[in-house]
Structure formats: C-alpha cells, structure tokens
Design a protein around this ligand. Sequence first.
Ligand code: ZN
Length: 854
Amino acid sequence: MKDASPATAPKTFYLKDYTPFGYDAESVHLTFRLAPETTRVISRIRFTPKPDAADRTFFLHGEELKLISAKIDCQAVTPELVEGGLKCEVPGAPFTWEAEVEINPADNTALEGLYMSNHMYCTQCEAEGFRKITYYPDRPDVMSTFTVRIEGDEPVMLSNGNPMGQGEGWAEWHDPWPKPAYLFALVAGDLVNHPGSFTTKSGKEVELNIWVRPGDEHKCAFGMEALKKSMKWDEDVYGLEYDLDLFNIVAVDDFNMGAMENKGLNIFNSSCVLASPETSTDANFERIEAIIAHEYFHNWTGNRITCRDWFQLCLKEGLTVFRDAQFTADMRSEPVKRIEDVIALRARQFPEDNGPLAHPPRPEQFQEINNFYTATVYEKGAEVIGMLKRLVGDENYYKALKLYFERHDGQACTIEDWLKVFEDATGRGLSQFKLWYSQAGTPRLKVSEDYADGTYTLTFEQSTPPTPGQPDKAPRVIPVAVGLLSPNGDEVRGTEVLELTEARQSFTYQGLASKPVPSILREFSAPVILERESTNAERAFLLAHDTDPFNRWEAGNALAKEVRVAMVLDGAAPDAAYLDALEKLVRDDAQDPAFRALVLTPPSQSDIAQTLFDRGHTPDPQKIYDAAETFTQTLAQQLETSLPRLYAATTVDGPYAPDAEGAGKRALNGRILSLLTRLDGGEQAARQYQAADNMTQQYAALGALLKAENGEAQSQAFFGQWQDDRLVMDKWFALQIACAAPEKTAATAAALTRHPLFSMKNPNRFRAVFGALAGHHAGFHHASGEGYQLLADNLIALDKLNPQTTARMCAAFQTWKRYDAGRQSLIRAQLTRIAGTDGLSRDTTEMVTRILDA
Ligand code: ZN
C-alpha cells in the first residue's frame, strides 16, 4: 500500500531569517570505516557555546543516516531525531560531541554525500551533502579544522589538506585551514596519479597530482599544465599564493556538475579534466583549462573567504567565474573569450532572466539550494563584477580586492561585506549599484540619437520587465562603453564609459564635423538588451569598421538576426548585402580566423525565437529552422568558388596542438567544411574523417556528414573505434541528436535511450542525450510534442535516482510561454504530469512549480 498522507509542502528558506549557529566548532575529527553498503562514520567534534548567541538550540543536520550511538564528553546521550537532523541537550560550556553513523555509498545514486562511482568512493558535499555523511551543523558559516582517518583496503585513500601518515589499511589527513563542511572531501579507490610540482613565488614547493582510473593516465598532461598556469597567474595578477604542500585533483565519471573546489582535493567530472588530442576537441581543451583554473581560484575566492549562507553563493561563484574569464582572456584571445561568453550568456542566462525561473544573482528565498547553481548566479554574477571593475577602474579594482583578502581572510562573508570593501577602497557609494544583486530581469536599454550643429546627443532609457515576485524595478547603474566613428570609418571618439543612473538620461558630444556612427555597449559593458533602431547598412558598416572587436562581431550578429527575422516573418530571401559582407570577411585572410569563425556562427534558433517573441510575434520553430537552413545553403552557394581555397587555407598542418591559434583556424575550417558539405554532399568531409588524427577534425567531419544524412558508415566506424571511451561516447550520443532533422530528433533520442551504452545513472550520458534533445530547438519543439513527452518520461524516471540532475534539466521547459497555444498546452500537460508524480523530489517539485506558475 502506498502512503496516502499528502506530501508535506517543501519548506522555503529566506535570507531575512539568517541567524548564526549558537556554537563554534573548534575541531572536527572524522573516522571512516569504508564498506560499500555499510560505511561507518565516527565523528568527534569540539563545540564551544558562543557567549553572545541569541539562539542556543543544538541542532545538527543529518539526512539518510543510521545513528548507531552518540556521546557528549564520553557519556552516552539519546538525541531527539527530528525532520532533517537531530536535537540534543548540551552543556553550557565547551564539550566534545561524538557520534557513530552508518551510511550506504553503494546505494547513493543522487551523487551527493559519500557515493561510489566505478568502485571508487567519492564525496560531493556542496551545498548540503555533508549532512548525508554525518550529523553536523552543515552551513557554510561554521568553519573548523578537519582531521580525517580513513580505514579500508583501497590502494589510494585521500582527503583534504596534508597527509599525516598511512599504513596497511589506513590513512590520516589533516587540513590546517578552517573550512565549512561543504569543502570536505574523501576519495578512495584504485587510482593512479599523474604527478607535477609548482614552486610558489615565496619559494614553497607544492606537490601536484591528478588522480585517475588506470587507463586514463595519458589524458592528464594538459590538465596538469593548466593547473600550473593557473597557480602562476593567480600569483602574478592577484598576488595570491597556494597555501598547502599538496594539491590533488581527482577525476570521477559520475558527477552532477563540472567540478568541485574541495580544499586541497578538487574533484572533477572526468569530462572537465581528462584530455587528449585524439579524444578531445579544441572546445574541450579550452573548457578544461578554464575549469581547472576556476576550481583552483576558488582556493582564495570561496575557500579562504567563503559564504556566510547559500544566498551569498554569487559572492564566490560570480567572482571566481570573473577571475577564470580573465585568465582565459590572458592565456588565449581577449575578444574571442568575450564574444564566447556573451554568446553563452544569451543562450543560458537571458532565457532564465526573461522567464519563470528569473531570480536575482543573490536570491532571497529558495526551497532547494541546488536549484540555484544557475547561469544567473554564476554568469550574471560575473557580469556584475565586470561592471563594478569598469566603474571603479582597474587600479581601484585591484586595490579593493587586496583589501577584501586582508580584511576577510578566514571569514564567511556576504555581498554587503564585498561591496563595503569597494566603498572603503574607492570612496564611491554603491547603494544603487547593489540593485544588480537584488533585482532580477534583464534591463532593456532604448537608445535614440540626435545631431545638430556639431553636437551629437545620445539618449538612453532603461527599464526592466517584471519578474516573478518583482513587478517593479528601480533604475540601475549601467556602465555603457561608447565610441564614435565618422562616416569614413575613422574613430572620432575613443571608448568612454557613460554611467547611466536614471530611467532616462542624455549624453552630449561637441565639435563633431558630421553625424557620427555610434558604437554602443562596447565589450558588452553591461548585461542588458540594447534596443536601438538601426539600419542593416549601418550594422554592415560597423561590422567592417568598428575598432572594438566585440562590437564588430555584435554588428554582424545583429545583422544576422535581422536577416533571419525578415526571412521568417516575410519569407524574404537572405539579404544580399549581408551575404556580400560575410563573403568579404570570410575571404579576408588578414582577419583573425577565430573571429571569422565566430562571425560565421549563426545566432541560435532559440535566440531568434526570443527576438520574435519580444517583438510581439509567436515564434514558429520549424520556420526558424527552415530559415537557418536556407540561409546556410545560400551562403554556401555564394561562396562556392572560394570554398575549396578557404578550406585548404584554413587547414592546420603539422601535429595537433590545442593552442588558441590552431583552435581558431580549425574552428573556421570546420565552418567552411560544413558549407562545403552542402555542395559536395560530403566528399570532403569523408576525406577529412578518414585522415583526421585529432578529435576536433574527426568530430567536425562526422557532424557535417550526419547533418547531410550521409554519415551512417562513419558513425558506425566512430562507435567501433571509441566504444570503450566514455567521454567520446557521450559525444557520439549527442551528435546524432544534434544533427538530426527536426521531425526525427525525438525518435533519434528515443532510440539512443535503448542503446546498451545508455545509462540513467551516469549524468554525463543522460545529459548527452537529453541536453542535445533540449538544445535542438526545432526538434525539441516539434509540433508532435514527442520531444516534450520523451523528456518528461525520462525526467520522471531519473528523479527517483538523481533529483539534482533531473531538476536542472527541467529548465528545458522554461521558455514555454514564448510559443503558440498548441505547444503551450502540450508542455503544460507534461509539466503537470511531472508535478503529479508520486514521491517527486523537493528539487524537481520546486522547479516544475516555478515553471508552471509562469
Ligand atoms: Zn565555482
């Protein structure tokens, strides 16, 4: 019989309710007796009551734990087991708490707490996973030093900090730096290490290791170099040095996220650290370098200075994303990185900010914090820091950061602390700027211009549409970087940052001989949507002449969007002037290949849908798809005579190296190949597939062939070659779906879920299939509704195993209100079905409820 009692409504947590814990945890000692189904965890924690505590309730979080025994100062006690943890009577003076619990790592498919992945023990504690390991005040403002003893027969047994000793069947670790429980980590298994070392600027020798399963040793070298570059860069740019004798990275196959910054023991999704030329694409290499940097940079922005509570998540994530973006810009190409980030922001954050899941970078409430590891917290959080840096200037920025590290080292902080540092370092008030942290939604910036007698005026109007719980918004501080070009293409005013603070505001320029062409929002100086009447001729002019590379790309992108919108709405033919401009640019060998590749990358079809919706139309995904196809076909024909030469000219000779220059060339080469394939049916792609000695070219060729529906043989060959490599197989699963025609997308995905190598338990594989399905705009939104149903079926099934990954993938439905009544009702039916599932997790319940409430 099923339990008939109604599910208890999930509890909502509020920022305004913050109260400190009544006790300090001075030191934590943990003993793990490892066994797959019956691991024992013995904790010994020294607690001291805080003299000034308002609340002395002794509540320890705990979930899915079997309590074996509890003691206070060596005396057995019987705590009261309550929802989500336990309560206990405790002395009014310092005391030692001891508890023994039993947990079941083998049964843990949620991948939170201690779990097993390919026979290896591994932990994931952020945000609230430590409570599945033992009873503890599992909140980031409780920081303590950890000593860990691991008992088991695994050849390698690791935890945070420095090794204290090891012997037959045991190992001991001590982390001298006080940390919150979410940074705890333990790994045990049959692992091999790729070693390295780094000498810090003060001359300290640090031992580095990347730990992998036997067989993956050859995929570690690139990650190790990335780690060393990150360590050096953080010293050079921020003056920050590493603070332990050892830095370990471990690769695991089953992981909900990209990677985790546990102190001294980073744990990585294997897809975010393992790389080799034969199995990884240029994009993989770039991403791996960035994620290694990101997790390493957390050592200071996240670990040494952590968050007071989870509402402050963007304090560490926004800043760390900002830092890793600076790093990538320095290692590779600054404009290319900026363009890539803006593409990603528009693809992931804008839909969130303009739909039912909109929330501020610092949310004020949540039911399940795991649902707030979002593009808004991460990427918009980083944009906010970019704006701050632009407003105060570079010198002030680094001055403020220095003060931040001096003032707050070892503390658990808030956004208020962060902004206060900037106010104190620069003397500038930031109360209006703070709105960026509390207001959701993407501001719209309307621009109009006026020119008379040498005076040029730009007038800006800002407004932000309502978002859930926030009907009205106040004007924000918006830094708008502007330059002016004369009609002959010369820059007549270099970049200047205009600071908007009001709803409507004008800026004038004097002494201009003729009406200039403005280049507005250079470098994408603020995460806003610019609404400006412009002509395609002016956009083409900026694409050719703007001195700001970002805005040059942006002009091309805006032009590409306008052309597609006209094709969709009026059935217009692809704009001839635009095709000419593209042709000219593509053939201009003086231009950076990476830049040319980016200009050739079409705006996403979801982006076109949003643009149409914003302009009062109902987007038809099939029409948008057809317009994209027609456009590409026409471009291929226009370029027909130059394609073979371009293909040859962009082919990189010599051995493969994953550097930015080669990657840029190969990106352009890949775009040329996809155009060429439209004309030759796949002859060149088949040759490239045959000859490829690296995954970038093999994958590009396979993609072009699958898109031409002429890649069956190569797809089988690919499978035969790579079936034992999990990461390459993820690509194989995803690519077949991504390249399918819209009417076949859902069926292709469905067939792949029946493939013997499909697994519900491996998040990478699940995401490969369903991320590709949801990412195929016309396929997912095919009028049949098959895509919706297939995703819903699988989310319902996955929720029982892995609520976190299920909840995150519900976001595929977040844009549903853009579409026609038919699609809306199909989606509503699936969301309602998910919401009505018996025993649905708190994670997924929160997500579908928010999406349905739109
Ligand atoms: Zn992070």
